[in-house]
Write a protein that binds this ligand. Structure first.
Ligand code: TEU
Ligand code: CA
Length: 546
């Protein structure tokens, strides 16, 4: 088990959109190598690399057809080895994405599995006969439509919780688990430092999901053998390496996280939970147009901070490749407030207990993209949802769905990284695979690195603070002014020190109550003038040490 996970700051790279080194319009591993010094300067310790394995191009690399090959569009295994060596020589660890709930239907295992009912690989996936001539049950795919797809070769259905090109592996089959563990060991032996585990809560399916009885749609996560499988994986693989591990779960509760991320080291270091990023989801789907609800958000953080303190470990993130841009979602991306609010939300998150994750471009205050038409979307989730909710069911008007996509769509995070004010934001010399945000002329790395007032410099400072003040890593958490609709304020306490964090999540001045009033030494702020100790200006943050 990994010893350094509590002190680390992680930077997430979506390789397709990070940096293109060969001018074909798509980011690649050589591009990542070329920017390692930038990451070193930022001060991060770990890179989480989104999938860069061979895939079938349906879901941004989450449809893997070969776990032990690099996607040719991203480079070669030699490039990967070079990236690993170059990162390590700078003291940066590399965490890979482990996607073992499903494989691409182009994976050799599935190609075999679908051939016949008695194929040796049949049991690698979840096959069921039809129920009354239709799908085995009413389970729904997270990417719209039924979770079952009929395969003509045998007339049976296979389970796919995501796109129909992503077939779910059958973890009940011991041979599947052995293959997965073998593959994981292969990567660790190569020298990687850990795994971010994609939808790891879904590897064990609840019995109802597996029954061919026509039954209703239920939650497809946290099946009865979930912890048994993770403990086995830990015994067989993780415990033999200094492995940094984070498990993704869209539905994990605080109570469940205590088991997944127990500090006894028997399962994972920490979980990615979704409650805060989905606090403003729509009624039956994730789609909504907001607005965010600060009181609700604060209570979610309070529950996670207090629930896991001393018993498990939190991950801290505002955004990733599945989420809208942090400043657009939780701050204010209007130009007058963008820089200030990007700094404020950064401090609000980074001063909590847990391991912070910075998603590429967040450290520049990159914003959502002004999508106007579904043809601009590249994401299978948005396109399928459009077809279902707008075209088939007519539940959403086209205008409303576009507004939802602008607010929540995953493509917001996948537009190319903004390096310069020049053509294609300096991301590529070719034609970018996905539209570049026109605001790269104002928001880019070149203009921010070295500018003491930039969002980038503020992130550098937050990372330095974490490395200087143990209270940021270990302190307990107390929420102040819990029902206030503008202010998010809290304290952290550790060995006689108190860290006081006060944030204004609004465009108006906000009064602080006595406990939240500014006092002590100012560690970070986003206004130059100190201001009134009992009043926060729009989007102001003050971090002080008492
Ligand atoms: O995401 C899992 C997951 O729950 C997401 O589908 C999430 O609900 C959705 O993106 C929110 O809009 C992981 C990966 O992070 C995602 O990119 C993949 O598409 C998915 O698994 C399938 O592998
Ligand atoms: Ca390229």
């Amino acid at each position: 088990m990994n010893k350094g996970f509590k002190d680390a700051v992680v930077y997430q790279i979506y390789p397709k959109s990070f940096m293109d080194a060969n001018g074909d319009g798509m980011g690649d591993l050589q591009g990542v190598i070329s920017r390692l010094d930038y990451l070193k300067e930022l001060g991060i310790d770990v890179i989480w690399l989104n999938p860069c394995y061979k895939n079938s191009g349906v879901d941004g690399g989450y449809d893997i057809s070969d776990y032990q090959a690099i996607a040719p569009e991203l480079g070669t295994m030699e490039d990967f080895d070079e990236l690993l060596a170059q990162a390590h020589s700078r003291g940066i660890r590399i965490v890979m994405d482990l996607v073992v709930n499903h494989t691409s239907t182009e994976h050799a295992w599935f190609v075999e599995s679908r051939k016949s009912k008695d194929n040796p690989k049949r049991g690698f996936y979840v096959w069921r006969p039809p129920f009354e001539g239709k799908e085995p049950n009413q389970e729904r795919s997270i990417f719209s439509g039924p979770a079952w797809e009929k395969d003509e070769a045998t007339g049976e259905y296979y389970l796919h919780m995501f796109a129909k090109e992503q077939a779910d592996l059958n973890w009940e089959n011991e041979a599947v688990r052995r293959e997965v563990y073998k593959m994981m060991r292969w990567w660790f032996d190569k020298g990687i430092d850990g795994f971010r585990m994609d939808v790891i809560d879904m590897i064990s399916k609840p019995a109802a999901v597996l029954r061919a009885d026509g039954g209703p749609h239920r939650s497809s996560a946290h099946g009865p053998r979930e912890h048994e499988f993770l403990r086995e994986m830990n015994r067989e693989v993780l415990s033999h390496y200094d492995a940094f591990t984070v498990g993704e779960s869209g539905s994990v509760s605080v109570t469940q996280a205590l088991e997944y991320a127990n500090l006894d080291g028997s399962e994972l270091n920490m979980m990615f939970q979704f409650e805060h990023v989905e606090h403003d989801a729509g009624k039956d789907t994730k789609w909504s147009t907001g607005p965010m609800d600060l009181v609700k958000l604060k209570h979610i953080f309070e529950r996670w901070q207090n629930g896991l303190h001393g018993r498990a470990w939190n991950s801290l993130y505002w955004d990733n490749h599945d989420q809208p841009r942090a400043v657009s979602h939780f701050g204010c991306d209007r130009e007058e407030y963008r820089v200030r609010s990007a700094k404020m939300i950064a401090a609000c998150l980074h001063m909590m207990e847990g391991t912070p994750y910075i998603y590429q471009g967040e450290e520049l205050g990159m914003t959502n993209y002004p999508f106007t038409d579904i043809s601009q979307s590249r994401d299978v989730e948005a396109i399928n949802a459009w077809n279902e909710l707008v075209v088939e069911q007519k539940k959403f008007t086209p205008e409303y769905m576009m507004a939802c996509i602008r607010y929540k769509g995953r493509d917001n995070a996948r537009t190319p990284m903004q390096w310069t004010a020049g053509e294609n934001a300096g991301f590529t010399t070719g034609t970018p695979w996905m539209c570049v945000n026109p605001n790269h002329t104002a928001i880019n790395a070149e203009s921010q690195v070295g500018d003491p007032d930039s969002v980038f410099s503020f992130y550098q400072k937050l990372i330095r603070l974490r490395k200087t003040h143990p209270v940021i890593v270990h302190g307990d958490f107390t929420l102040l002014m819990p029902e206030d609709r503008q202010v998010f304020a809290y304290t952290r306490q550790y060995e006689g020190k108190t860290l006081l964090v006060a944030c204004n999540f609004s465009c108006e001045d906000a009064a602080l109550d006595e406990l939240a009033e500014t006092r002590g030494e100012m560690l970070a702020a986003n206004y130059d003038e100190p201001g009134d100790k009992a009043l926060l200006r729009p989007w102001e943050v003050r971090v002080t040490l008492v």
